[in-house]
Design a binder for this molecule. Structure first.
Ligand SMILES: [Zn+2]
Ligand SMILES: [Zn+2]
Length: 395
């Protein structure tokens, strides 16, 4: 499929390559290694479908809105955000639970409706992010490349298009997954067509809903998918900038309630960077994690099983970190409010003690029984290789 080339390809060659890559994302005439080693460069032709996705939102000018179409956009955002977080992230990238081969294929199809390329491309980039977080090799670190590049720019760069199958051998051994990854426009196009068809059916059989085929396509596909993309990208651009750091990981990952709401629990990013193999990213009941709740419910159907808990040692580490943070907060309150009334000194200290007490009680919680795992723990391997004794950073 690839041939050696010693000189820079012509404009025509680059054009034809970009067009072919719309259909076959593994089409790399010079080889994927050479492409990955290029400097960052926006491939505008390759990005035309991505630009069209955004421009499609302007269709609301002509189709107008209806309560049903807006509701469909919201539901499809939530259902597909769950696919990004619960399937592409917590299954394909980290294998935090198990499923059958048929179940895995169904999950990959569901993930494909997110229009965030194939599961293998997604997992390859994400594992790479964990191995090189906030280092120059990290494709979407806001600290290295800036906010906009980490949010949207890196997606458009030619060097980030190929999938490095050699780094995801546990997934690349399944030809059905490789096929879905290679022809990664098939599922999104089928999904868009299904939304359009649903709109046509409602137009005919439920005219009282006030929607039609084009309105459903614009809201259910273009608007919902564009919001889904930017919601997901907030993790790349903001989860290493916004929020608090519980663990002194070697990157700058943070925990953010706002991002947890937008991304169904992915906002507990510092927790996740500390321990990637757990099915849940929210370590405490008050760290809301709708993706975990959804996966738990999915496990009751038998489609998935073997959800991995947070180990006791990590929970103890979290309790110690929270306890230490509460002492720092109490000392800060004492110094900062020295001139204020005694009540204003007591309240922050009491709050700090309450947090420390609550987190300490978590340490003694028993671990859940782990189901039989059918996969090797890929994330722990990555953790071992990349992050030994991380240097401390500011909390
Ligand atoms: Zn991850
Ligand atoms: Zn991260």
């Amino acid at each position: 499929m690839s041939s050696p080339a010693s000189s820079r390809p012509s404009a025509f060659s680059r054009l034809s390559t970009a067009l072919l890559q719309w259909i076959d994302s593994d089409h790399t005439p010079d080889g994927p290694d050479r492409m990955r080693n290029e400097p960052d460069r926006v491939d505008w032709i390759r990005c035309i479908p991505f630009i069209v996705l955004h421009l499609g939102c302007l269709g609301v000018i002509w189709t107008g809105a209806s309560a049903f179409a807006i509701g469909a956009a919201i539901v499809l955002y939530v259902v597909r955000m769950f696919a990004v977080t619960g399937i592409y992230h917590r299954y394909f990238s980290h294998k935090t639970y198990s499923t059958s081969r048929v179940g895995q294929f169904l999950l990959a199809l569901w993930g494909g409706t997110t229009v965030q390329r194939g599961a293998l491309w997604w997992a390859y980039h994400h594992r790479h992010h964990h191995q090189h977080s906030d280092e120059p090799e990290d494709a979407h670190s806001p600290h290295v490349h800036g906010f906009w590049w980490s949010h949207i720019g890196w997606i458009t760069s030619r060097r980030n298009f190929p999938t490095d199958y050699s780094t995801i051998k546990d997934l690349a051994k399944y030809p059905e997954l490789v096929w879905l990854n290679r022809f990664d426009t098939v599922v999104p196009l089928a999904f868009a067509l299904a939304i359009f068809g649903l709109g046509a059916a409602l137009e005919t059989w439920a005219p009282s809903l006030g929607t039609d085929r084009w309105q459903m396509l614009v809201w259910g596909f273009f608007v919902s998918t564009t919001f889904l993309f930017h919601g997901t990208s907030c993790i790349n651009s903001m989860a290493h900038l916004m929020g608090r750091r519980r663990f002194n990981t070697s990157d700058d990952s943070r925990n953010s309630f706002i991002l947890a709401v937008i991304c169904l629990g992915e906002g507990w990013h510092n927790n996740h960077h500390r321990y990637q193999s757990s099915t849940r990213n929210g370590f405490y009941w008050w760290e809301i994690d709708p993706t975990y709740y959804g996966l738990k419910m999915l496990s009751w159907t038998g489609l998935i099983w073997g959800l991995k808990p947070v180990p006791k040692s990590i929970m103890e580490e979290a309790a110690r970190a929270d306890h230490q943070a509460s002492i720092v907060a109490a000392q800060h309150a004492q110094h900062a409010h020295a001139a204020l009334s005694p009540l204003k000194k007591v309240v922050p200290a009491a709050a700090a003690i309450a947090v420390a007490t609550a987190t300490s009680s978590q340490v003694a919680l028993p671990q859940k029984a782990e189901g039989p795992a059918i996969h090797k723990d890929v994330t722990e391997q990555a953790e071992h290789g990349a992050k030994q004794n991380p240097p401390p950073r500011g909390v």
